[in-house]
Design a protein around this ligand. Structure first.
Ligand SMILES: [Zn+2]
Length: 491
């Protein structure tokens, strides 16, 4: 047995629900799903969490535009985010909405637990509603928010503040020593250089008036709403029952050292500094790892409604199928950098890798197996001691590289290893010509079927449906039933 921990907690960030999900939202969820499925496959008990962030001012503005109540807007859009579960075959165990009672209870509890670090003061600053944060003048680019390219509004209020400055040294040490491990290294350095500039206390509330009545009340002061980030970040513990301090929270958060947050690069500071600071203040356990992915662009630009380049995941799956979309996101997009979607790239991947590469290999091997000495092959398959050493070596090496890449969150490299094995099988077929009768014919086909079984096992976390289809085809060989259908018909 390996020395992997017995349990694994993995979360996606929770999305704003001011609009429907686009393909960019799908990327992180699919990445998290691969890790959850892979860990289950390794025998770990997994808690995979996703959800929606609903108390933002953006929602109030979006609801106004649509002429509906805020509640109606968040219900409608949150449902669409939840539907990604079926659409993308996501295996999350829980989905938390920040308008739920269990969440509200937890947020207020966390506030009270941080009470000694909270104070009130008058403040004037530049606020970006899109980011839900204050900016310093020097952080703006030409006076605009670097993330949203809009002018922040000037806000002057008496608000509650959190003593972030008090935790500066502690946070620095924790991050430097990888007690809180930030992956990749470049993002870790980015966080550390932000700390170097000095951490100032942060504003953690706004007037109910500015919040337009939407959000969670500060305990004991209903004239103020809790800042949406303090609210949203605590979803990770509230889903586990922090509000009630139940057993699940103790087991999965407090006593569990194997906790991973997956986030996009735009919300680095909130997860790597503010969130751990709140947890330290409340004397709660910290996450172990934060994995930061890049953005998915569309035709080279950030997806946005105004540019008209938003890719709808529902349409894409309708046209190409769930596994093809999962494959593209995991194979084409380097996991820690930005990656681009175009229909041309998508169809190239589909045709070359899925239809021709994987689909073709499965079809060829199954056809040869169906017409050759089945009883011999099946007997050999159940006891794979027949493999020539080269074949066995290639399969073993693939598993090793595959697992190593997954441990490093390099999804695209894991997939590349599988496709190398597919090419090896193709070359073996060309060399050995097992469609012709020969002494070695059945043996070679057995070897290919053995490789195919391994390919299907490796594909499990990535393309769960396709993997199951391949394994089913192989099982049905014994029953000599119907001929198998192509996995990915040409487009
Ligand atoms: Zn912004």
């Amino acid at each position: 047995m390996s020395n992997r921990p017995k349990i694994f907690f993995v979360s996606t960030a929770i999305d704003y629900v001011n609009a429907s999900p686009h393909l960019g939202h799908a990327l992180e969820k699919v990445q998290a799903d691969v890790l959850a499925r892979h860990s289950r496959f390794l025998g770990q008990e997994v808690f995979f969490l996703s959800g929606t962030d609903e108390n933002s001012l953006k929602n109030v503005q979006a609801a106004k535009k649509e002429g509906i109540s805020v509640k109606k807007l968040v219900d409608k859009n949150s449902q669409k985010f939840y539907e990604l579960k079926n659409l993308l075959n996501l295996s999350f165990d829980d989905f938390i909405r920040t308008t739920e009672k269990r969440h509200i209870k937890g947020v207020q509890k966390l506030w009270l637990a941080c009470k000694k670090d909270i104070y009130k003061k008058k403040y004037k600053g530049l606020y970006c509603v899109g980011c839900e944060q204050f900016y310093k003048k020097k952080e703006l680019i030409n006076g605009l928010c670097p993330e949203h390219k809009v002018k922040p509004e000037i806000v002057e209020e008496e608000n509650y503040f959190f003593r972030l400055s008090k935790y500066e040294k502690q946070l620095k040490r924790i991050i430097e020593k990888d007690e809180l491990k930030i992956i990749p290294e470049t993002r870790k350095n980015e966080v550390l250089s932000f700390v170097e500039q000095g951490l100032e206390d942060i504003c953690i509330s706004r007037s109910s008036k500015r919040a337009q009545g939407w959000g969670i009340d500060v305990p004991g002061d209903s004239t103020q709403k809790i800042w949406v980030w303090l609210d949203a970040l605590s979803n990770y513990i509230n889903a586990l029952g922090y509000g009630d301090n139940n057993k699940k929270f103790q087991e999965w958060w407090q006593k569990n050292h194997n906790k991973l947050h997956i986030i996009g690069k735009g919300i680095l500071r909130f997860h790597c500094l503010y969130w751990p600071a709140f947890l330290l203040s409340a004397k709660l356990s910290l996450p172990k790892t934060i994995f930061v992915h890049g953005y998915l662009t569309s035709n080279g630009q950030k997806m946005s409604k105004s540019l008209g380049n938003v890719i709808d995941p529902f349409e894409l799956v309708e046209r190409y199928g769930t596994d093809a979309v999962r494959y593209f996101l995991l194979r084409e997009i380097p996991s820690t950098e930005d990656g681009d979607f175009t229909y041309k790239k998508f169809e190239e991947r589909y045709n070359a890798d899925l239809s021709k590469g994987l689909g073709n290999l499965v079809a060829r091997v199954m056809t040869m197996a169906e017409i050759s000495k089945l009883s011999f092959i099946l007997k050999k398959l159940s006891k794979p001691d027949f493999l020539d050493s080269k074949f066995q070596t290639v399969v073993d090496k693939t598993w090793k590289e595959y697992k190593k890449s997954l441990d490093e969150f390099k999804f695209n490299e894991s997939l590349r290893e599988i496709w190398k094995l597919i090419s090896f099988c193709d070359r073996t077929i060309e060399k050995e010509r097992p469609w012709e009768k020969s002494k070695k014919q059945s043996l070679v086909i057995s070897e290919l079927l053995f490789a195919l079984t391994n390919i299907a096992e490796m594909l499990k976390p990535f393309l769960p449906e396709t993997s199951e289809k391949i394994l089913k085809n192989i099982r049905q060989l014994a029953e000599k039933t119907k001929k198998s259908k192509p996995l990915f018909p040409r487009i």
